[in-house]
Write a protein that binds this ligand. Structure first.
Ligand code: SAM
Length: 360
């Protein structure tokens, strides 16, 4: 590659509106099970303004909890460089997450830097609490769409689940703002926990059905080691499909692409789509194409991992692109994870990294 092309490749500047540079290595990586490296989820902070009881319980993530220092976080320049190299190795989809990504200062600057490659599907997962204020800036920076986590429409249940007394109305307004500025299609993720919010499944389905937003139900997972997960808290997707189908008839749809996590269904009356993410009862390890980068630059190849690979030290030691690429290749081609296929009550007790740290 010529030096001018190389410097263009590194240019964090103007998003979109140009021909993105060619992928340098032209080598989509495959792991030991033939799974391609396709998605990169990037956690930009381990902090969150919610304390969802199933994710960051207050008893663990309280006042004394040691979150990462600013200097420990990957800088936007470091993240941008890694995105470039992962893209070179086949990554097509980038999801910004956390913690709560919108609490990271000037996030729209990072979005703008990554949006430079307009062939990337660039999206973000948020609890929606700051979306009303930030949606327009994110959109202007080049963000394509958003996924908003929302576990209940019942204000009392929602406040209890986020455990910081945050009102549901503010999240709903954030979703409307995101729709208005064009962060579409909007997906809404609802984690269903038996006995906590399973009675809200139908109200959620009714509410989002006519709005054109894609509601997805997520089985409560044994991520991390602090959320007190038990199999009896999981509501299997099958059960939800049946309950919804009784009132609002639905039929299955084809997957959009190999590796898509949600099983897609649509309402028979043509009013939209709905999804089920069943990582407990129907593990999808076989098609998992996701890598996860923690806020401090540890790379994980499974949501249920106990160990990552340190990219921050490598970057900060002055490594070349070729050296970083070599480590990406080494990690992905050695990947053999299939935790969800092997889950038992015993594996659920392993000391896995927390979801707020690794990125949801
Ligand atoms: N703060 C952002 C948000 O709320 O979307 C991004 C990070 S959050 C960890 C990402 C997603 O993980 C959220 O949809 C959350 O509900 C989900 N999540 C967290 N813990 C979970 C668990 N134990 N089982 C299933 N989903 C979980």
């Amino acid at each position: 590659m010529s030096s001018s092309a190389a410097s263009m490749d590194q240019d964090p500047g103007s998003p979109g509106r140009h021909q993105p540079p060619r992928r340098r290595f032209d080598g989509a990586l495959q792991d030991t099970r033939g799974r391609r490296l396709q998605d990169l989820r990037i956690s930009v902070t381990d902090r969150c303004n919610f304390r969802c009881t199933y994710c960051m319980p207050k008893e663990v993530f309280g006042k004394d909890f040691q979150f990462l220092e600013r200097s420990q976080l990957l800088s936007f320049g470091e993240i941008h460089r890694l995105v470039r190299l992962f893209r070179d190795h086949g990554a097509e989809k980038i999801r910004i997450t956390g913690g709560e990504p919108l609490v990271r200062r000037k996030l729209e600057r990072l979005i703008e830097m990554i949006a430079y490659w307009d062939d990337l599907d660039l999206t973000l997962t948020t609890n929606g609490s700051l979306l009303r204020q930030k949606a327009r800036d994110l959109r202007n920076a080049g963000l394509k769409r958003v996924t908003v986590s929302l576990d209940s429409l019942d204000d009392a249940v929602f406040r209890a689940m986020n455990d910081v007394d945050f009102p549901v109305q503010d999240v709903l307004e954030g979703i409307e703002e995101a729709a208005m500025v064009g962060l579409l299609p909007i997906k809404i993720n609802m984690v269903v926990k038996r006995g906590v919010n399973d009675h809200d499944v139908l109200p959620m389905a009714r509410y989002f059905k006519d709005k054109g937003y894609i509601l997805r139900f997520i089985e409560f997972m044994d991520v991390g080691a602090t959320n007190g997960w038990k199999m009896e808290h999981v509501v299997p997707s099958r059960e939800l499909v049946e309950a919804i189908n009784r009132e609002l008839p639905i039929e299955p749809l084809e997957r959009n692409y190999e590796g898509e996590v949600a099983e897609r269904w649509r309402y028979k009356d043509g009013s939209g789509e709905i999804g089920f993410i069943s990582s407990v009862t129907q593990a999808f390890c076989r098609t998992c194409t996701r890598a996860r980068l923690s806020a401090e630059g540890q790379l994980y190849t499974c949501l249920f991992a106990t160990q990552g690979t340190d990219f921050r030290s490598l970057i900060r030691s002055g490594a070349s692109d070729a050296q970083i690429s070599e480590l990406i290749t080494k990690v992905w081609t050695a990947r053999a994870d299939r935790y969800s296929e092997m889950r038992t009550a015993e594996t659920a007790k392993m000391r896995k990294v927390e979801m707020s740290y690794i990125g949801g």
